[in-house]
Each structure stands twice: as structure tokens, then as C-alpha cells.
Design a protein around this ligand. Structure first.
Ligand SMILES: [Zn+2]
Length: 456
């Protein structure tokens, strides 16, 4: 039986073809074919670039890692020392990473100073002395400390010594070293200071050892034309020095025949008048002494008591402040000896108010170790109002004050920045003038105050 053969119907298959993939269509639209070609080419190019890019990226990553890894390591070392994130950024900005890491410099105070931006990077090692372990002697640093530190270097102390001194002593225990001889054994000096902490303060300073050779390493006065010149057992005036405008003092203010440099004579008048306004009288018992009269005085002492005793009682010629013309010995009455001055109400008033009239008590009680002179309640030195007030406020002897702020630099390399010098320099603002007060009411009271037997 024949079955009708079912003709297999050819099924038409439809396939969706994008025009861009249809060769026929593309033939009709050559611009589309061209576009496709370009696309293909592009894809190929991109593939090549990516491959080269990998090389570049790998190199860049390698370089970045080479840069970042040590940086991360340094940061971690700084962090290990104790520095905060802010401080580390500041240290990096100041390019001090290796300096600090090589020396392992750290203190909480240094960290704080870096992070608040107050650090003075010239004195980094000094910052390491400010720690909780040393908080009894130092809790912060200022320009005054930087100046003292630089002065120590100028005086011959090594950085190690200077740092040790700051880490162990109060500011006022270090400043005498500027007047004393160089102490190679700074530890002995530190021990001596520490053993006197029960009696010492910024107003009283004594030690067991001897650190100042009087007339040891003598030097000429640095600038004898300036009222701020230092004359002590180191600095001397030569025999030809005479004060500016030597002026006779009126017998209303002084014993007969006394003289001072012009500005000091005016300042003495103002001071005496101010005292009289509040019922306090005092007179210049001794004032300017020239080189020859000091020479005679001193040699008389040497003849009668020997040189060592003479040195204790009198200044050698050239080394007396009286030769400057800016020093007076005062007494409360015409008859009083200057040595009794400390028991008078005039002493209470003069020692409290002298700086406002341009004078300082030059050899104060408790500072004998530094000045090399016994306490002299009667001996005042004229410096001009501004400098006298600054010296008084500093609680330093004039010897220390001068060496810290006014002395010339032996080694310019140790000189601190101009800002520090400017912040501390009183030389420029020291004026050799003082307002003259009108001494109208001038009775003929003759003040024949007894001349001082003291000759320093
Ligand atoms: Zn005197």
C-alpha cells in the first residue's frame, strides 16, 4: 500500500541578523562596513595599549612601593618614639625625619611643640630635656632659654654639657656659669647646686665649691662709651677712661666734691627728690673715683694688710664700678656710715624703687657667690630706667644679665636667630638719657655725708 508520501515541507528558518552583520546589507552600505572595520581595528589597538599599560602600571606600582614602604617604616618608627600623626606630618614637612630618628630625639613636650607648630627646630635636642622626669627644673622652653643655651656654647660648653645642665638645673642655677670660669666638670657643679636646693632660690644663690677666679681671665670692658658696660672682677676699664660729662653733685644730694657722669647725676637728683617727696632722705656718700685714686686706695690696702685681704676689701684699679661714673654709695644721713644703710627706712625705699629711677642694687644679699662682692646695701649702679627695670625683673645679678643679653658673641656660629636676639636685646633700647626733674626747692642743706670706706 502506498501511502501518500507526505512531502516534507521545508521549514523556513528565520534568523535575525543585524544589518551590520549581514554581508548583503553591508555590501549595499559600504560605509557601515568601513565603520565595522575601524571598530575591529580599534579593539585590536586597545588590546595592545592595555598590555603596555600593564608594564607602566607595574613599574609605577613598584616605584610607589619603593617610595611608600620606607615612608611607612619611618612613620612607624616616629610613632614608636611617641610622636602623634600631626607631629609626624610636621616633622616630615620640616625635613627632620632622619635627624630625629638617627638621634632618637623625643619628649612629650617636643611632640606637643611639633603638633602645635611652636617648635624652634634649631634647638631640638634641648626640647628632649623637657620631660616629666625633669619637671622640677624645666617645664617649657622660651627665647630666654634658647639664648642661655647659645651662651653656654659660646662660653665653651659642649652640646652634651649644655643639654645636661638644662636637664638638671633651674634657669637661675645655670646663669651664674656665664660669669664663672668654664667648668669642665659640669656634673660637679650640678651636684653642688642640687645639694643647695634647700636654701637656694632665684633670689639667693650659694655653693660650696669655688667657680670664679677673681681677676683670673681679665678682659677690657667691651664698650666703655655705653652706659650698660660691665665692670666686675673680670672686665676692667683702662687708666685713661673718664666718664662722659663728669658733673659735680650739688651738696643737696651728695657729700662735698662728689661727681657722676652727666646722665647719672641727673638721675640721682630725680631719685633723691622722689624720696624726699615721701619723707625719705639719702645722699651720695661716694660717687665717681678715677683710676689713680682707686690705685692709691688699693695699694694702701695691700701695704697694710697684704694682697689677699686687700682684694676682699677693695677693687683693683680699673675694676671698680666707681670709675665708670655711674655708681654711687648712698647713706641715709650726713653722719651715717654707708654700712649702716641697710637698717634704715631709706634702704627699704631705695632698694624697692631704685629701678624706676634708673638704678639697681648692684651687689645684693644672697648673690655674693656670683658678684664676688659682699652684700652692699649702699652701692647702686645707674643703667637708665628701661634697663634697670629689666635687670630688676630678671632676678639676675647685673653680671649674669650682661653676659646673657648684652655681651658680644665670641663665636658667631652660636648666635641664635635674629628674632631671639631681638626679643631679648635691650642694648638697642637702652637710652643714655633720663628726664631731668626740676630741683627747684633747694635749701642750702649741706650734705657732707661721710665718704665711704668701701672702695669697690
Ligand atoms: Zn660702692
Amino acid at each position: 500500500m502506498s501511502q501518500p508520501q507526505k512531502k516534507k515541507k521545508k521549514r523556513r528558518r528565520y534568523k535575525l541578523v543585524w544589518p551590520s552583520q549581514n554581508p548583503a546589507y553591508l555590501k549595499e552600505h559600504p560605509e557601515l562596513a568601513e565603520k565595522k572595520k575601524r571598530k575591529k581595528k580599534k579593539r585590536h589597538l586597545r588590546y595592545q595599549l592595555t598590555w603596555q599599560g600593564w608594564v607602566i602600571i607595574a613599574t609605577a606600582v613598584a616605584i610607589a612601593l619603593a617610595l611608600i614602604i620606607p615612608r611607612v617604616a619611618d612613620d612607624s618608627k616616629l610613632k614608636g618614639l611617641g610622636y602623634s600623626k600631626t607631629s609626624i606630618a610636621a616633622i616630615r614637612k620640616d625635613k627632620l625625619v632622619s635627624t630625629i630618628l638617627d638621634n632618637k630625639w623625643y619628649s612629650e613636650y617636643l611632640d606637643q611643640s611639633f603638633s602645635d607648630g611652636t617648635v624652634n627646630t634649631d634647638y631640638l635636642q634641648l626640647y628632649t630635656t623637657v620631660t616629666s622626669a625633669h619637671s622640677d627644673v624645666i617645664t617649657a622652653l622660651d627665647d630666654r632659654d634658647f639664648l642661655l643655651y647659645s651662651r653656654l656654647l659660646d662660653k665653651g660648653y659642649t652640646v652634651t654639657q649644655a643639654v645636661r645642665l638644662f636637664g638638671n638645673l633651674h634657669f637661675w642655677e645655670i646663669t651664674p656659669l656665664l660669669v664663672f670660669d668654664y667648668q669642665a666638670d659640669d656634673q660637679a657643679y650640678i651636684d653642688d647646686c642640687v645639694s643647695h636646693r634647700d636654701v637656694n632660690s632665684q633670689d639667693h644663690f650659694e655653693l660650696s665649691g669655688s667657680y670664679y677666679t677673681y681677676y683670673g681671665n681679665t678682659l677690657p670692658v667691651e664698650d666703655s662709651s655705653n652706659v650698660d658696660m660691665l665692670v666686675n672682677k673680670t672686665y676692667y676699664l683702662d687708666s685713661t677712661y673718664t666718664p662722659k660729662d663728669v658733673t659735680d653733685l650739688s651738696s643737696y644730694y651728695a657729700a662735698t666734691g662728689r661727681q657722676l657722669a652727666g646722665t647719672a647725676a641727673e638721675a640721682l637728683k630725680d631719685w633723691c627728690n622722689a624720696g624726699r617727696d615721701v619723707g625719705v632722705t639719702f645722699y651720695a656718700a661716694s660717687a665717681y673715683r678715677d683710676y689713680d685714686s682707686q690705685d692709691t686706695l688699693y695699694n694702701n690696702y695691700v701695704g697694710s694688710m697684704g694682697q689677699s685681704a686687700a682684694d676682699a676689701a677693695s677693687a683693683r684699679p680699673g675694676f671698680s664700678e666707681h670709675q665708670t661714673g655711674y655708681a654711687v654709695d648712698i647713706a641715709a644721713t650726713n653722719e651715717d656710715d654707708v654700712e649702716e644703710f641697710k637698717d634704715t627706712k631709706a634702704y627699704t625705699w631705695t632698694s624697692t624703687n631704685c629701678m624706676d629711677y634708673g638704678w639697681i642694687l648692684r651687689y645684693p644679699e644672697g648673690k655674693e657667690t656670683i658678684t664676688g662682692y659682699e652684700f652692699e646695701s649702699w652701692h647702686y649702679r645707674y643703667l637708665g630706667k628701661e634697663l634697670a627695670q629689666a635687670v630688676s625683673a630678671s632676678h639676675l645679678t647685673y653680671d649674669e644679665y650682661y653676659c646673657l643679653y648684652l655681651k658680644g658673641w665670641d663665636d658667631e656660629a652660636n648666635k641664635p636667630s635674629d628674632e631671639i636676639i631681638a626679643a631679648n636685646d635691650y642694648r638697642t633700647s637702652t637710652s643714655d638719657t633720663s628726664a631731668a626733674a626740676d630741683s627747684s626747692a633747694s635749701p642750702a642743706a649741706s650734705a657732707s655725708a661721710s665718704a665711704s670706706s668701701k672702695t669697690n
